[in-house]
Structures are given as structure tokens and as C-alpha cells.
Design a protein around this ligand. Structure first.
Ligand code: 5GP
Ligand code: MN
Length: 319
């Protein structure tokens, strides 16, 4: 693995003609915004871009321009490209089966996760960036490309979803300057936030059941909620749920357990100070200091025991 500057990444893009783009499974606004934004940049450069995400796209992001051009990788065919750019993903497993579908001499990774394991041939990692979409914005500027409204919509969506509409600790003066420049194209922040925040009636109906599972550990320093396997749906937006335990007085780490099956539980962690990316990495996951996730084998109670034991250790509490 080699690291490269954004201008060097720009040169690599200019040299390639057929370019595949991919982002992580369970796509969020930033995964989509960075893929769509780079796809638009490549189109402006006259390149052929193929966009892949190995998952369904949540309904609330279907307003994003070009989103229907993102495909799931086909398992029956191999696509030969000059380059594969992996966005917003810190390890290879995060992009699902994309790598099985694409044959390429070079993999470039643009990312902002502290847990990045350097899996690609060439890495541009900026852990200060609030979103990978922020990195794409900088790349677009670096390459002297104009930002039109469609590009502004996708990049703005990526940025606001990852920084919680400028509330989280990853929000920097630069984040706000970039957002301001994107808004200058004439896009409407209220329209974008309406799309992102609008939930299905189904989600609202299960919310009370999920909140009913609220439990506390370590004298209220940890709070957890769970979505049982019978209520769990693949394209659920975990942020809708995890914000509740996150904002309880005295809670240092909030946990959301999603019962994918009796054999598998997805975990979302949100912290005030503790570096939860390290806890997630212990279980093969990753993320950011204050927001991380992983998949743990076993049903929810088994996963809960494992995660709470690890957090107990990381918080320096004796068992
Ligand atoms: P969430 O809890 O919303 O699923 O994820 C929080 C953060 O952790 C996001 O930045 C997400 O990309 C990252 N993350 C979640 N699950 C995983 C995982 O299984 N592996 C890695 N590498 N990162 C993850
Ligand atoms: Mn991101």
C-alpha cells in the first residue's frame, strides 16, 4: 500500500478510461454521496464509470441524482476495468462482493475512517474529513471542475449525514465552508434534510417496541437498545434509533443491537469520548472514534455479553 496526494489521485483518474467505483454495504448518505459525486466528476472528464454497492439502497436516499445508476455487482460476469476506486470503506470486506466481480490492475481507496487497514494499492486517508464526500469535494476543486447542482446535492447529502447536520465532533470550519459553497449553487438544504429525515410509518411503529428494550450497564455509563430479529429489516436506518440512548444524561456509550438472525447481530456504537472504533475492530468491524460498528456472531444476548465485556475493559472498569 502507498499513500498519495489528491493531485496524484487526480492524475491516476485522468490516465484511466474505464473506472469502477464502489462503497460500503449498508450504504449511508456518505457512501452514496461519494460514489455519485466521483461518478459525476468522471463523467465530466469523459470517462466511463461503473458504480457498485452490494446492497439495497435505503428509500430515503432515492432522491439523489443518478442513484438508480448504482448497481449491485453481478456474480455471473467479470468486469474488466483500468481502475477500481473504493470509497468510504476502511477494509475490503466492507464492499461485499464487488471485488469478485471486477478485474482491475489497480485499487485506489479514498476514506476518512481511523480504522482503515491499508488494504488498497493506493490510499488517500483524511481522518479529519467529516465525510468522504468532503474529500471528493476537495478532489473536484483540485481538478478545477465546476460543481453543478446535481453534484452539490450528492456531496451535501454525504456531508450532512456523516456529521449529523453539523452537530457531531467531526464538523470543522472547513466542513461548514464546503457546505456553504455547495449551497451557493442554489440547492435547498431543507429539501435535502426533508428527504433524509422522512421515515416510513413502519419505522415509527416499531420505535416504541425498540425503546422498550432500553437497558443500562456500568452504573448508567452504557445504555443499549435492541431491534429483535422479527422486527429487523436490512435497510433500516440505525441512526433513527441509536440517537435515543445516545442522549441520556450520564451515558458515555450508546449501543444498538440489530438481530440480523439468530446467528448474527449488527452492533452500532456511539460514544462521547471513548474510542469505540477500537472496540469495533476487536470484532472485525471499524469506524470512527465516536461512531463505529461491527457484526458479532450469535443472537442479540450473546453479542450483548461480548460487547459489554469489551467495553468494560476499554472503560477501565474491573469485571
Ligand atoms: P453504523 O453504526 O452507523 O452502522 O456505523 C458507524 C460507523 O462505523 C460508520 O462510519 C461505518 O462506516 C462504520 N462501520 C460500521 N460497521 C462497520 C463494519 O462492520 N466494519 C467497518 N470497517 N466499519 C464499520
Ligand atoms: Mn463516511
Amino acid at each position: 500500500m502507498k499513500t498519495a496526494s489528491l493531485s496524484a489521485i487526480g492524475e491516476i483518474l485522468k490516465k484511466a478510461n474505464n473506472i469502477a467505483l464502489a462503497a460500503h454495504v449498508n450504504p449511508d448518505g456518505d457512501a452514496l454521496g461519494s460514489v455519485l459525486g466521483l461518478g459525476m466528476l468522471l463523467e465530466k472528464l469523459g470517462k466511463t464509470a461503473y458504480m457498485f454497492i452490494d446492497d439495497d439502497i435505503p428509500q430515503q436516499f432515492m432522491f439523489m441524482p443518478n442513484v438508480r445508476n448504482i448497481k449491485k455487482p453481478s456474480l455471473d460476469t467479470i468486469l474488466q476495468t483500468d481502475l477500481l476506486v473504493i470509497l468510504d470503506a476502511s477494509d475490503c470486506e466492507r464492499v461485499g462482493r464487488v471485488c469478485q466481480h471486477i478485474k482491475t490492475p489497480l485499487i485506489v481507496n479514498l476514506d476518512h475512517h481511523i480504522s482503515n487497514n491499508g488494504f488498497a494499492d493506493i490510499l488517500f486517508l483524511d481522518v479529519q474529513a467529516a465525510a468522504t464526500s468532503e474529500i471528493i469535494f476537495n478532489l473536484v476543486k483540485e481538478m478545477g471542475i465546476d460543481i453543478d447542482r446535481d453534484m452539490a446535492v450528492v456531496l451535501y447529502t454525504g456531508i450532512v449525514t456523516d456529521c449529523g447536520f453539523f452537530r457531531y465532533a467531526n464538523t470543522t470550519p472547513l466542513t461548514l465552508r464546503i457546505a456553504a459553497e455547495l449551497l451557493e449553487t442554489g440547492i435547498q438544504p431543507n429539501e435535502i434534510s426533508d428527504f433524509i429525515e422522512t421515515q416510513t410509518i413502519e419505522t415509527l411503529r416499531i420505535l416504541p417496541k425498540v425503546l422498550n428494550t432500553l437497558e443500562f450497564y456500568l452504573d448508567g455509563r452504557l445504555a443499549s437498545i435492541s431491534i429483535s430479529t422479527d422486527l429487523y429489516k436490512d435497510d433500516m436506518d440505525g441512526d433513527v434509533f441509536v440517537k435515543y440512548p445516545r442522549y441520556i444524561e450520564g451515558v458515555e456509550v450508546a449501543l444498538l443491537f440489530k438481530g440480523v438472525s439468530e446467528r448474527e447481530t449488527r452492533v452500532s456504537m456511539r460514544s462521547r469520548d471513548l474510542d469505540v472504533s477500537r472496540v469495533a475492530m476487536e470484532f472485525g468491524g471499524g469506524g470512527h472514534v465516536k461512531a463505529a460498528g461491527c457484526t458479532v456472531s450469535g443472537a442479540i444476548p450473546v453479542a450483548k455479553d461480548k460487547i459489554i465485556a469489551s467495553l468494560t475493559k476499554h472503560l477501565g472498569v474491573a469485571d
